[in-house]
Design a protein. Sequence first.
Length: 434
Amino acid sequence: MSSICDIDKGFKQVCKTQQGGIDKVYLFPYVKYGVSDVTFGGSSRVNNPDAQNITSFPNTTIYEYEAVNISYTENAKITGGGVEWSQDLSFTLPASFEALNAFKLMYKDYCAIILDRNGNYRIIGLWNGGEVAINAGTRGSKNAMNGSTVTLKAREDNQAYFLNNFNTDFTIFNNDAINYFEFYVNTDIIATSNFFNITTGSGNFLYDVTTDEGYSATDLTGDHLITFPTGSGIHKVSISGIFPAFDFTLGVDNEKIIDVSNFGIYGLGSTNQTQAFLDNENLTITATDAGNFGKVVSFDSAFKGCESLTSFPFINTSKGEEFNNAWENCAVLTEFPLLDFSSGTSFIETWQGCLLLKTFPSNAFDNCTATNFTQAFRNTGLNTQSIDNILESLDVAGQINGTFDQTGGQAPSSVGLAAKASLETKGWTITVTT
């Protein structure tokens, strides 16, 4: 008989360390994941079938509900197919107003995460999702509840798993966090028009759009065409909800977007920004916030061809691995910030064609394991200090057998040449301006 059927632990009550009740409820649309997408107790479910804790989950944006009267029960029974766990969650939203949108919970299956008063996060409806029912209304007295009671019922093959990874794999979206992704488009930049195509990239989307002259659309899950009521010209577009990434791969209206004034919710849940702002030739970025890039792995061609960018904002690139062509042909980019490239693995043609790029920070690659910088700084305008900074930083990183190319701009000083010689003794092939 397998170990999953054998009890190997008892339970001893430790005085005053266990509390009843639930503090928080989070909901998110059910996604059918495979067993290989989730890690249990540091391993796969196949290799660790007894584990009751999830240690890795696909990056997910979840909605926080400020609820009262939260209760959760789970019960197991033997069925023809094995053990079935009934997972039943109930909570009350003590409000009734148009913007609550509780009725939208009826349109699809959801999963839930609860936080109990002992600090445990648990996930409900992991494999099959849960069905939602709503009972809304009020009673006669002034003190009566005016709101909605929400129940979620799931049927699973296990009790609700404990989450050890809540803070790393889940992004919380609540009403206090509404921070619009705002940008401006000029519909006349090529020819007179009154529309703009929002083209969505990688990730799960659920967003609302408003414009400065009254256009609105809600519950969008993919590409969307805005037709501006006031006709052609410059328009401000605001997006709320979940909007992980643009994708301008097909070049649809890529020249119309002229400024990102606030990143806001942009990037929530995103791991992939490939070609997000590709060939946005007239784009400037005046946003002073950092967006939500902290979980992004791929920045390949993300800002390639943004020919109007003179500077680039500080964003969180700490998880970024792939930076191929990321800022290629940003022709008027003159300086670059100190971003976190500690996870970077490939920088092929990353800054190629940045003709006016003169200033690049020191220490940018100190903790980077990448060795492929093929044509990374080809046709740039780097000054001597900047190419010295780059070569010294690559030498500090200590990697072997790499490739690095720089053409254009100024030659390195004796300091940079010393770092170049050190890299070559480590097997690097180095090309620099002479």
